[in-house]
Design a protein around this ligand. Structure first.
Ligand SMILES: C[S@@+](CC[C@H](N)C(=O)[O-])C[C@H]1O[C@@H](n2cnc3c(N)ncnc32)[C@H](O)[C@@H]1O
Length: 268
């Protein structure tokens, strides 16, 4: 029995570009009463500061300091998190697959001398050399991409981050309720044909966008294969109350000898 077909890279790009034209702030932070371009911009950007400052406090508590340098905000949308990252780093680059999102981000850019936004239309980060960034962040992005593509970007994050840098990316790992658990393996995985690669990954389809999840073991495998260590898994509120959600902190393997770099070797 075939499950729903996930959106392709091109379709994800086109749909997000469409959201970027129509209702970008709501598509990024989907609070029902702000639908139809009814987000107060200041309140919207405050959510970015809360997210970034909250994450950085947790990283400090986890003994994962972030060093100065240039940060990359992957899937930056209109720059909600990019601008918040600029409070912590001397320079920040936001990239997004959607030209409309990047146009909006540039229009709203409060610090163009330190913050820049670029369209990245590729399933990789070919525009950036190895070791360019001290911090790489991807929040509410990878879940919308077919998992093989999302994990390809994770490998790219580990390439473009500096040897003493840190990568943080958020990605759900599965349904919160056990009774939903049979659906992926029995119905959806065969449709994706990913189970053969040992990657248990499925998605919730909606008219607006897909939400995928990847089991923690799949994420750990991708990080290891890319020469990285998974250092921490920080719990996040469930998505739609239904999906177990977390932010992964990872670093190039050279960091494993640093005091903070005790790699995770199994997933809970
Ligand atoms: C839910 S929004 C999140 C935006 C931003 N991270 C934030 O939290 O404010 C998802 C963003 O990911 C972007 N996106 C989707 N696929 C992408 C890809 N392959 N590469 C870069 N950005 C992508 C979309 O255009 C959209 O701006």
């Amino acid at each position: 029995m075939a499950g729903p077909t996930p959106r392709s890279f091109a379709r994800v790009r086109d749909e997000w570009n469409n959201w970027g034209e129509r209702d970008p702030l709501w598509a990024i932070v989907s609070v029902p009463e702000h639908r139809g371009n009814r987000w107060d911009e200041a309140a919207f950007f405050r959510t970015g500061v809360e997210r970034v400052d909250g994450l950085f406090a947790r990283l400090r508590d986890s003994d994962l300091p972030v060093r100065d340098g240039t940060a990359l905000d992957f899937g930056c949308g209109v720059g909600r998190l990019t601008q918040a990252l600029a409070r912590h780093f001397p320079s920040v680059v936001g990239v997004d697959v959607s030209p409309a999102m990047i146009r909006s981000a540039r229009e709203r850019n409060r610090e163009p001398e330190r913050v820049r936004f670029e369209v990245n239309p590729y399933p990789d980060l070919r525009a950036f050399g190895a070791g360019t960034f001290s911090f790489v962040f991807a929040d509410i992005v990878l879940q919308h991409l077919p998992p093989p593509i999302a994990l390809g970007y994770v490998a790219e994050f580990l390439r473009v981050v500096a040897p003493d840098g840190l990568v943080c990316f958020q990605l759900p790992s599965g349904p919160a309720s056990p009774w939903l658990g049979w659906i992926p393996a029995a119905v959806l995985d065969p449709a994706y044909n990913w189970s053969r690669r040992g990657l248990r990954a499925v998605h919730l389809a909606s008219p607006g966008w897909d939400t995928h999840w990847v089991a923690r073991a799949g994420v750990m495998g991708a990080v290891n294969a890319a020469g990285g260590n998974l250092l921490r898994i920080l719990a996040e509120p469930p998505i739609h109350g239904r999906l177990v959600n977390q932010t992964y902190a990872a670093a190039p393997r050279t960091m494993s000898s640093a005091p903070t770099g005790h790699p995770i070797t199994g997933t809970g």
